[in-house]
Ligand binder design. Structure first.
Ligand code: NAD
Length: 252
């Protein structure tokens, strides 16, 4: 195992990109808190990690509920010690034309994607400040960079995550903590992406999108996990406040 001897909390780690990040950070030596709304699939991710010789704990919680987040992070600290690496990955999406979007739709997406990221970060960060070392890696979306039709709430929430990341970088750099953001694009094999193909919410078909390049293939959760692993490592210690596109060159 490589040398990431830290406790890492990954939100939305029951599936897709989050599960891939959890498996990869465990492979790199971290002890993982697998946090997700879906407690049953959290246990599956934990099973995969432990079967491969890693250490992980399932933390069923809603990131937008401060009481649940505090309880989950308290359990993680008890099991594996203070949080050193935080991957804010959990999110929801939706597709509604802007003029039809209700306050409830807007608020539900902002509440999970942006307020949830704020809550988890605020609860976990004191551990990093106390240690004088930390890594915050936020998973946004290229929707924040390009705009995304019928996804005003989602794109706005992800743009907020980018600004939040930059602010964390500025505020906590002197404390030894880096904060960076990855806005993915076209990562298949996740619940969110497969659902959007099934519902025909992607304007281009899957194969046409893959061939649209510049890198002519679908992205996979491990493509994001590789970038997350690097940002969590000592090698990325001089990198903060950056937007690292892992998108096959689809936004340059
Ligand atoms: N797949 C893509 O192409 C793509 C593109 C751009 C951005 N992203 C971003 O990558 C991240 C992961 O996406 P994915 O495609 O793996 O999605 P996914 O739906 O497969 O996984 C998201 C996970 O988050 C969990 N979750 C949702 N709400 C939660 C809450 N309130 N509390 C705790 N957990 C919650 C879900 O249960 C799920 O397990 C998201 O932030 C998403 O916006 C994905």
């Amino acid at each position: 195992m490589a040398g990431l001897a830290k406790t890492a909390l990954v939100t939305g780690a029951a599936a897709g990109i989050g599960a891939a990040c959890a498996r990869r950070l465990a492979r790199d030596g971290a002890r993982i808190g697998v946090l997700d709304l879906d407690a049953e699939r959290c246990a599956a991710t934990v099973g995969e990690i432990t079967a491969a010789g890693g250490q992980a704990i399932a933390l069923g919680a809603d990131i937008s509920d401060r009481t649940q987040v505090e309880a989950a992070i308290a359990r993680l600290r008890e099991a594996f010690g203070p949080v050193g690496v935080l991957v804010n990955n959990a999110a929801i999406t939706g597709f509604t034309p802007f003029l039809e979007m209700t306050d409830a739709q807007w608020e539900s997406v902002l509440k999970v994607n942006l307020t949830g990221t704020f809550i988890v970060t605020q609860v976990a960060l004191p551990d990093m400040v106390a240690a004088g070392w930390g890594r915050i890696i936020n998973i946004a979306s290229s929707a924040a960079q390009t705009g995304a039709k019928h996804m005003a709430h989602y794109a706005a929430s992800k743009g907020g995550m980018i600004s939040l990341t930059r602010t964390l970088a500025v505020e906590f750099g002197p404390a030894g903590i880096t904060a960076n953001v990855i806005p993915p694009r076209f990562i298949t094999g996740t619940i969110m992406s497969e659902q959007s193909f099934a519902d025909q919410k992607q304007p281009m078909g899957r194969e046409a999108l893959a061939q649209s390049g510049p890198i002519c293939r679908e992205g996979r959760p491990d493509d994001i996990a590789g970038a997350v692993a690097w940002l969590a490592s000592e090698d990325a210690g001089y990198v903060t406040g950056q937007v690292i596109g892992v998108n096959g060159g689809r936004y340059i």
